[in-house]
Write a protein that binds this ligand. Structure first.
Ligand code: ZN
Length: 343
């Protein structure tokens, strides 16, 4: 077991092996790579693999490095975080190590456990560097177009997000994510590149890394009002305690999601559209709370002939096609159209 306190320094002169899997096995543990840029007076940070089951950022980095590590516009610090979780068999299937906390919930005290100390070490490196921006690359668990997430909505974050995505989610939820902690010090953006294992998400991650490294000014391009869609505080829709969820109508579960639910990610769902079939307990099988913890299920949804349908037009995000993730994390997020500020 490598020491989780140490971010091992990788040598930019020694490119990784041709296979991503061989590289992952050879990494000394959580690692960092410092790449000198054309402008040595500025720096940026790129963080990836905070979640061990979200490999697109690592793949993109592997591609970029194998292609010769083109000189970035500014110095670039790359941090590869949950190496141990990623290579715990089966590879790229563990969000975090079994029995440990989710690293991307550990960027606030307490720091006592291993993921807490790693989060603290990552923050310490960022503080020491003082980058002009921090970019954190993730995958969603279900198929989804790429989108950005930030905790601030201003012209700089909109310009930054529009370099990579057409959608920006702004959240007031503070979970102890890197983004929450880093934003106090540096403009910070999370980019969800699309679903884990989706080759399009891998390609998008590679493009994001290229643009992030190569752009001279991350904050200069103000997006036209119609190119970046901004959504504030989406609501998490979760399974109620004890309720059962399935994708198979034959299971007669409390909630049966449509097998193609992920096709609707970022779609607008209207009253009358069926998002799920409900069992005998009806809407009681679900819980939806806004970012202040207020229950809002009844405001947003109704049950019509045993079908879950919106009461008002809702944008749907981050639906997953995996029953275990839908049951343990959430079914999807929704944002009412009235809250969607696109100005
Ligand atoms: Zn993630």
């Amino acid at each position: 077991m490598t020491d989780p306190l140490v971010l091992h320094r990788l040598d930019p002169a020694r490119p990784p092996p041709a296979s991503l899997e061989a590289w992952l096995e050879a990494l000394p543990g959580p690692a960092m790579l410092q790449v000198p840029g054309a402008d040595r007076s500025r720096s940026r940070a790129l963080v990836t693999l905070l979640h061990g089951n979200e490999p697109s950022g690592l793949r993109g980095l592997h591609t970029w490095w194998r292609a010769g590590l083109a000189t970035p516009a500014t110095d670039l610090l790359v941090i590869i975080a949950s190496v141990e979780a990623a290579r715990t068999p089966p590879r790229f299937s563990h969000r975090h190590l079994p029995g440990e906390r989710d690293l991307n919930r550990c960027f606030r005290a307490p720091w006592q456990d291993a993921p807490g100390r790693l989060a603290q070490a990552i923050m310490a490196e960022l503080v020491a560097l003082g980058p002009e921006a921090v970019l954190d690359l993730h995958n969603t668990s279900g198929r989804s177009p790429p989108f950005a997430v930030s905790v601030l909505d201003d012209a700089r974050h909109r310009a930054f997000a529009s370099l990579f995505c057409d959608h920006l989610i702004v959240t007031d939820l503070r979970l102890g994510a890197l983004m929450d902690a880093a934003e106090h010090l540096f403009p910070t953006l999370t980019v969800e590149c699309g679903g884990s294992g989706d080759p399009q998400a891998d390609a998008h991650a590679a493009q994001v890394i290229h643009r992030y490294a190569a752009s001279d000014n991350l904050f200069g391009a103000l997006p036209a009002s119609d190119t970046l869609k901004v959504f504030h505080n989406p609501v998490r829709v979760e399974l109620a305690q004890g309720a059962r969820l399935s994708f198979d109508p034959a299971d007669q579960a409390d909630v049966t999601l449509a097998a193609d639910i992920t096709r609707h990610n970022f779609d607008l769902c209207r009253p009358g559209d069926t998002l799920a079939a409900l069992g005998t307990s009806g809407l009681a099988a679900l819980v939806a709370r806004d970012h202040r913890g207020r229950p809002v299920l009844g405001e947003l949804f109704t049950s019509h002939d045993g079908a879950l349908t919106p009461r008002q037009p809702l944008h749907l995000f981050m639906a997953t096609g995996r029953a275990d993730i839908a049951a343990s994390d959430c079914l999807f997020y929704v944002a009412p159209v009235s809250d969607n500020k696109t100005s």
